[in-house]
Ligand binder design. Structure first.
Ligand code: SAM
Length: 464
């Protein structure tokens, strides 16, 4: 079972197969997490000599890929289904990490590689959904461009990178370039690894890395740095009511969200990867504007403003219970008194017995879920949602009130602390049990409740 299928329409299928076979992407294909189908456009021509190109009407230097073989190759792959179809072209929108993330939410994508002078416009009009470029230069064919995009998208698919969640902290994620990194030996040609990296002090290491990232970005990419500063400023304004705004502050700090609106106390943020919109309004008259700005593809809206809630309920969102936001502001790790391990697919069936979670497999593959074990058997689970909050706490009926929930929560809190984050979660207001557990651990609660409004979407991003 492939988690995402890439089809590539090309004149050089071997180039795609061989180009992507080694290393991480090749292993992901072997494991069945992604699948790669390179389709030779020539196999679909009706021409006796397997010809697929012809002159361009009106004159011009080179040849063009003709409409018929491209159209039939596309049909052979889609069988008439409306699949996302990317034409890689220097005339497209420049490819970005953001776009890679968005494409990683698809189950099947077709890439069309041009050659010669390009492709007959009429077939492009028929089949293409996205025109995407890998940069302002012209290549001889689209194969390298398609491989670049497939590589960038595939590594975001849960399970492709062995090193769980490793894609969460890297260049561009936070409008910052990544910090410098060093490996052994400690001294090479007289150059020493910065001392702080050898200290074992995670907080100091995180602070040093942030400082380095900022300096590097302001020097090399002032455009990104400006966006980063804007986020930071808004996070500072939201910090006036940290308990109510921690979800937005964390999302901004981690570079998870775009700012769709910000001004005079009104804020609308969108975490595209998680499909979650977060909105608060200081003025009643802004509510309609903010509700209108919620993207169509947002599956969840988090708000404490009743007017925004009512407008969204009219717009197809489902009613929600009231939630309380809880946060842990101390910097001290919590004791973990049970055996907790990151879950692997080996435990999937046992976990299913007590954990009714949408996207359970994806969460495990992404390394986002941890299990409490007793005598080698998983009896509980908890983890990190895509939007950055902790949650997904499940303990099997017969193992409750034995400290497994506390240990699981403590474990995910510690993970977030190590990354320099402020742990927070959303607890249904009537869930007294959860609240008691969190209070004992030293959590604070926000002064007002809010709603998590959900909408049913066919292809919902963000679940795990
Ligand atoms: N005549 C075309 C133009 O000026 O837009 C360029 C054609 S190019 C020589 C041949 C093919 O290479 C294109 O159809 C496209 O698929 C691919 N290609 C070239 N440069 C690219 C880029 N920067 N990004 C993505 N694909 C590119």
């Amino acid at each position: 079972m492939g988690e995402i299928k890439f089809h590539v329409l090309t004149l050089f299928p071997e180039m795609i197969r061989q180009g992507l076979a080694p290393s991480i992407i090749g292993r992901a294909v072997e494991k069945g997490i992604i699948s790669l189908n390179a389709v030779d456009i020539r196999d679909h021509t009706l021409e006796r000599h397997r010809k697929v190109d012809d002159y361009s009407y009106g004159g011009g230097a080179g040849m063009l890929l003709q409409a018929q073989p491209v159209f039939d190759a596309h049909r052979a792959v889609t069988g008439g289904r409306a699949l996302r179809t990317v034409y890689v072209t220097p005339q497209g929108t420049p490819f970005t990490q953001e776009m890679a993330r968005e494409l990683a939410g698809e189950k099947e994508i077709v890439f069309l590689c041009g050659h010669y002078e390009g492709v007959d416009e009429r077939v492009l009009e028929e089949i293409v959904t996205d025109y995407v470029s890998i940069g302002d230069y012209v290549l001889t064919g689209g194969e390298l461009a398609a491989m670049v995009m497939i590589d960038a998208v595939a590594r975001l698919v849960p399970g492709v990178l062995g090193n769980e969640l490793s894609w969460q902290e890297e260049s561009f994620d936070n409008d910052l370039l990544e910090y410098p990194q060093y490996s052994r030996p400690e001294v090479w040609r007289g150059k020493k690894v910065p001392k702080v990296l050898l200290s074992g002090n995670h907080r100091q290491i995180t602070a040093w890395r942030l400082e380095q990232s900022e300096a590097r970005t302001s020097l090399r990419r002032p455009d990104l740095y400006e966006r980063y500063l804007r986020r930071r400023q808004l996070a500072g304004e939201l910090a006036r009511d940290k308990r109510c705004h921690i979800h937005m502050m964390e999302s901004l700090a981690e570079g998870r969200c775009e700012i769709l609106y910000a001004g005079q106390g009104d804020v609308l943020l969108y975490d595209r990867k998680a499909g979650v919109c977060m909105g608060e309004a200081a003025r009643e008259e802004s509510c309609e504007i903010l509700a209108g700005l919620v993207p169509q593809e947002a599956g969840t809206v988090v708000t404490s403003h009743p007017l925004i809630r009512d407008l969204l309920l009219k717009g197809g969102f489902q009613p929600s219970c009231e939630y309380i936001q809880v946060l842990y502001t101390r910097r001290v790790s919590l004791p973990v008194k049970r055996e907790i391990r990151r879950l692997t697919m080996e435990s999937l069936e046992e976990i299913r017995g007590f954990c009714q979670l949408d996207g359970l497999e994806d969460s495990i593959r992404a390394g986002a879920l941890y299990g409490a074990f007793e005598a080698g058997r998983p009896v509980g689970a908890a983890g990190l949602h895509r939007e950055g909050r902790f949650g997904m706490l499940f303990v099997e009926e017969t193992s409750r009130r034995q400290g497994f929930g506390t240990a699981l929560t403590a474990c995910v809190v510690n993970l977030l602390l190590e990354k320099g984050r402020t742990p927070y979660g959303h607890v249904p207001a009537e869930n007294q049990g959860a609240w008691a557990l969190l209070e004992k651990l030293g959590f604070y609660r926000a002064g007002k409740s809010f709603w998590r409004l959900e909408k049913k979407l066919a292809n919902r991003p963000g679940i795990w």
